[in-house]
Design a protein around this ligand. Structure first.
Ligand code: ATP
Ligand code: MG
Length: 592
């Protein structure tokens, strides 16, 4: 969270208004409506003055004349409020419309931007903070654009018109009134800064609330079995309380600011009343002046509380712009990737998650010929996933080069590069949709039903889908949680088969699968590997044995490479891994 300097409030608001600027015709209508609406207050004051004059006269006039006057009074009143109603509606609805359009546009832009942000960004953010920006912050912006602006314009106009009327009635008295203006402005300035500071904290704490909530929902089983209820409740209590406290702080400021400002206004008002009574003005003039003066208090009051809304909106906008200002993935390549033959070269590649510090990969060099399979083995945390994630440019390497078909991968456009790469990752991602739609995800959406079924067939998805009443159209639930782990993997494999890309990345996760599921998954993978350049992070011996080349990774470096036989003969790290770690060591008799 960057600290907001007071000056940037204007800049932020201007940037925000740019989103609303496209709707200026509606704005114009609304402002005209507001202007008309604003004159009605002044008319009320004038009406009161005239009423008093009429009453004074009627005491001396005949009853008939007086009766005539009194018929027009209610009529005038009804007309006044009819106008107020119509123009009030036009201005309120017009401004709300602009507000909703602005939110809609902001959310659309935020989302489109979000999905274009690099993986690095997602590593830094909690999804709760992000979600809160989409839901809470945008609503606050809507408030600032809509009701705050309505009040701001309408009430400013009202106040100005009333002020002009006051000047018209009595210049000297009104000047006295105005002396107190600068004091109010100073107070408002102080309050603005405070409002914005607190609002930023509130928005941040809303993000915390969402984060904890989300983790508790997603991790509900862990919460249950490890008896995390108390811890979660305590954590939630903490952020919920922080949120409440900040909100209360804001309310104190809001609630105190209104009477404070009114008090500042009441002092000159009372003095003026005193002067008025002493002067030789007619009763009508006195009443008109006093009514106008009292009427000006209401818009002033709204103007002071509108500040809070406005500052909330500005603070919320700064959170939103933070997302929008994040740099999207670097996509400077101009080459349209052809259908690769599938030659991959890593040349002295180095990589770190923290911009150069703590290297995760160092001096990685190897080549894969088209159609070959490279198996990557190594201890957990040795950098296997990191290594393969560089190929589709989820992260950009910090040194060295990676080539596909002789061109550095950064030379290709991101889309065309990724179009040629298929992935089945360690953690399967399924969307809250049907199995068929999960297989034909994204660009694959154009696939025919037949192609989907073929892919599902090849990945052994059909085996379990046949048991479902809705077949391939069964909904999988959030994250695919209505499917078993092995079933999810097979859906992911079907998706990769359907993509039919020349380069394949497999991050095997065979844990927790029974022998039969393992077999299904394995067969799906074998199907997938055919005729493709494959990088596989392998745990299963059968996969490793059949690879054309095996890279052994340790602490981010390739420490051994060669095929299965060669590596066993070397009797080094691979041999050791082979004897101890792999899932299916075939010969348990071999003692170290
Ligand atoms: N998004 C990330 N941000 C920062 N560091 C990361 C990130 N992902 C992985 N790391 C670190 O990089 C190192 C290598 O992780 P990597 O995921 O490549 O290991 P791995 O060999 O795939 O392990 P496993 O077999 O357990 O999947 C680890 O020390 C890990 O802490
Ligand atoms: Mg991994």
């Amino acid at each position: 969270m960057t600290d907001q300097r007071p000056a940037s409030g204007v800049l932020l608001y201007r940037r925000l208004l740019r989103y609303a600027a496209a709707y200026w015709p509606v704005f114009l209508v609304a402002v005209v409506a507001m202007a008309v609406y604003s004159t009605t207050d002044m008319l009320i004051a004038r009406f009161m003055g005239e009423l008093v004059e009429t009453l004074k006269k009627s005491t001396s006039a005949t009853t008939r004349e007086a009766a005539g006057q009194f018929v027009s009074v209610p009529l005038y009143f009804v007309l006044l409020f009819l106008g107020r109603g119509v123009f009030g509606f036009l201005s309120t609805y017009g401004m709300s419309w602009i507000g909703r359009m602005t939110i809609y546009k902001l959310r659309r832009e935020m989302f489109a931007h979000l999905v274009a942000l690099p993986s690095r960004y997602y590593d830094r953010q909690t999804s709760g903070q992000l979600i809160s920006k989409f839901t809470f912050n945008t609503e606050q912006v809507a408030q600032a654009v809509t009701s705050a602006v309505t009040t701001l314009i309408r009430d400013t106009l009202t106040a100005l018109i009333l002020l002009a009327y006051l000047f018209y009635l009595d210049v000297r008295l009104t000047l006295i009134l105005l002396v107190f203006g600068p004091m109010i402005v100073l107070l408002l300035g102080y309050l603005s800064r405070r409002f914005r500071r607190i609002s930023q904290r509130i928005q941040h704490s809303m993000g915390d609330v969402t984060s904890i909530l989300q983790e508790a929902i997603e991790g509900q089983k862990v919460v249950k079995i490890f008896r995390g209820r108390d811890k979660e409740v305590a954590q939630f209590e903490k952020v919920n309380r922080a949120n409440r406290n900040q909100n209360l702080k804001l309310m104190v400021t809001t609630a105190a600011s209104v009477p404070l400002i009114q008090l500042l206004a009441a002092i000159p008002v009372s003095y003026i009343v005193y002067l008025l009574i002493q002067s030789d003005s007619s009763p009508g003039e006195v009443i008109a002046y006093m009514t106008a003066m009292l009427l000006i208090l209401a818009p002033l009051k709204r103007l002071t509380s509108v500040n809070a809304t406005l500052q909330k909106g500005i603070a919320a906008a700064s959170g939103i712009f933070e997302v929008l200002d994040e740099k999207p993935e670097v996509d400077t390549g101009t080459l349209q990737a052809p259908v690769f033959s599938g030659r991959v070269d890593y040349q002295q590649v180095g990589f770190s998650y923290h911009g150069g510090r703590d290297p995760v990969l160092q001096d990685i060099s190897f080549s894969i010929q088209p159609g070959q399979t490279v198996a990557i083995v190594g201890k957990s945390g040795s950098g296997k996933s990191s290594l393969v994630n560089l190929l589709p440019r989820f992260y950009d390497y910090t040194s060295g080069r990676i080539l596909i078909d002789g061109h550095e991968i950064t030379d290709y456009t991101l889309d065309s590069l990724r179009d040629r790469i298929s992935i089945v990752s360690q953690q399967v991602t399924l969307f809250n949709d049907t199995i068929a739609n999960n297989i034909a995800y994204g660009q694959l959406g154009e696939a025919t039903r037949r192609q989907i079924v073929e892919a599902a067939e090849a990945a052994h998805v059909m085996e379990f889908v046949r048991g479902f009443p809705q077949g391939l159209d069964t909904e999988v639930g959030e994250g695919g949680n209505r499917l078993s782990g092995g079933q999810r993997q097979r859906v992911a494999i079907a998706r990769a088969i359907l993509k039919d890309a020349p380069i394949l990345i497999l991050d095997e996760a065979t844990s927790a699968l029974d022998a039969e599921s393992k077999q299904w998954v394995h067969e799906g993978i074998e199907q997938l590997r055919r005729n493709r350049t494959t990088l596989v992070i392998a745990h299963q011996l059968s996969t490793i044995e059949s690879a054309d080349c095996i890279l052994v990774l340790a602490q981010g470096r390739i420490v051994e490479s060669g095929n299965h036989r060669e590596l066993l003969q070397r009797n080094g790290i691979y041999a050791n891994l082979y004897h101890n770690k792999f899932d299916e060591a075939p010969d348990p008799v071999q003692d170290p």
